[in-house]
Design a protein around this ligand. Structure first.
Ligand SMILES: NC(=O)c1ccc[n+]([C@@H]2O[C@H](COP(=O)([O-])OP(=O)(O)OC[C@H]3O[C@@H](n4cnc5c(N)ncnc54)[C@H](OP(=O)(O)O)[C@@H]3O)[C@@H](O)[C@H]2O)c1
Length: 330
């Protein structure tokens, strides 16, 4: 039987998600990779327990997470939760629908009421839950009226199957359109989930971060370590046992000598701050006021412990920010 660490709430900061009443841990854990049936169950369980013991209360899932089949991450998480039932009210569990999930026109990549409604029922069943805390539309669908998607999410709340709703991979324009509809419906829409890191700053270019900050929507940022680039893993090349080494990412062609040089320079700045590169990269993302939480991924418990260590130094001197900008620009 799992017993959580009694000191789990002593260090982690909890940040308000937009202007909502919900607080999220500065660091959250995502289960996109390494939680499917191709992983080792005891390692997954250890990662969830390690995270919770360190104050990570938020676990981010989606219907299609897991290999070799979609949904296996939710199944494994559900199995781990069976032993953590007593802590359900201390957890924020999110799931999503939007990408290809099951065969035929209703489980395809879309944002229809049919898909979002059926998918949430499936997710709840796989995880053994009565409700999720946050239900997301995973990716903007230009072929479904936004009103239909918004109503489907709102309906999930009315049915008691989700407490809050969110959107992911929506740009600023799309966010502002759906926000108007949610306002009319009085839907508890509180969060937007974009990718963002030192190496991926599209939300700044799009002004999505500014827009969300001004409109009370929190950002839960994914791939804050740029899928592992911003760690000490690739400083001397590509280890076999890594996401790039295993061929599990589409950004591997960006890991050239120039990039490795850049990562080493960033690592020098991190060292001066008394941090590892991953800790500095997470602190840098959390330094953006629009960001409520960073959604990290991990392949082993030790990475979670290292990454949570970012909270020891979240403050940047303006000279450090400038120095980082220079490295990123070069
Ligand atoms: N909404 C969306 O469309 C969307 C898309 C992608 C992700 N997400 C969410 O965001 C979460 C995180 O995404 P991500 O996995 O790409 O995030 P990430 O934190 O940028 O990358 C995580 C990977 O980096 C490596 N890593 C992490 N910490 C490390 C450390 N301290 N030292 C060395 N290596 C380390 C691990 O890979 P290896 O050890 O295997 O190399 C780990 O799996 C997902 O689980 C999911 O919840 C959402």
């Amino acid at each position: 039987m799992y017993n959580a660490d009694a000191k789990r709430y002593e260090k982690m900061p909890y940040r308000r998600c937009g202007k909502s009443g919900l607080k999220l841990p500065a660091v959250s854990l995502g289960l996109w990779q390494n939680f499917g049936n191709n992983g080792v169950y005891s390692n997954m369980e250890k990662m969830i327990h390690t995270a919770f013991d360190l104050g990570i209360t938020h676990f981010d899932l989606a219907n299609n997470y897991g290999n070799p089949y979609n949904g296996s991450a939710e199944e494994n998480f559900g199995r781990i939760l069976r032993d953590m039932r007593n802590y359900r009210d201390e957890m924020i569990i999110s799931t999503k629908a939007g990408y290809e999930m099951w065969s035929g026109p209703y489980g395809d990549r879309n944002g229809s009421r049919k898909y979002l409604t059926a998918s949430l029922d499936q997710s709840l069943k796989r995880m053994g839950l009565e409700y999720v805390d946050i239900y997301y539309h995973h990716i903007y669908d230009p072929n479904t009226p936004l009103e239909e998607t918004a109503l489907a999410l709102d309906n999930a709340v009315k049915q008691g199957k989700a407490l809050y709703v969110g959107i992911s991979n929506y740009g600023r324009e799309q966010t502002s359109e759906i926000l108007k509809i949610f306002k009319e419906l009085r839907t508890p829409f509180i969060v937007n989930q974009p990718s963002y890191s030192m190496l991926n700053r599209w939300i700044e270019d799009d002004k999505l971060d500014k827009y969300c900050l001004e409109n009370g929507i929190g950002l839960a940022v994914f791939s804050p370590l740029y899928q592992g680039f911003l760690t000490n893993k690739y400083l001397c090349g590509v280890p076999k046992d890594s996401r790039v080494g295993r061929g599990e990412t589409w950004i591997d062609d960006q890991l050239d000598d120039k990039m490795i040089g850049k990562l080493n320079k960033l690592n020098e700045i991190a060292k001066r701050r008394g941090q590892t590169l991953s800790q500095m990269a997470l602190a840098w993302v959390l330094n953006n006021k629009a960001v409520a939480t960073v959604l990290i991924g991990a392949s082993r418990p030790e990475q979670i412990a290292e990454n949570v260590g970012c909270i020891e130094n979240l403050v940047f001197e303006s000279e450090e920010i400038e120095e980082i900008e220079k490295v990123l620009r070069d």
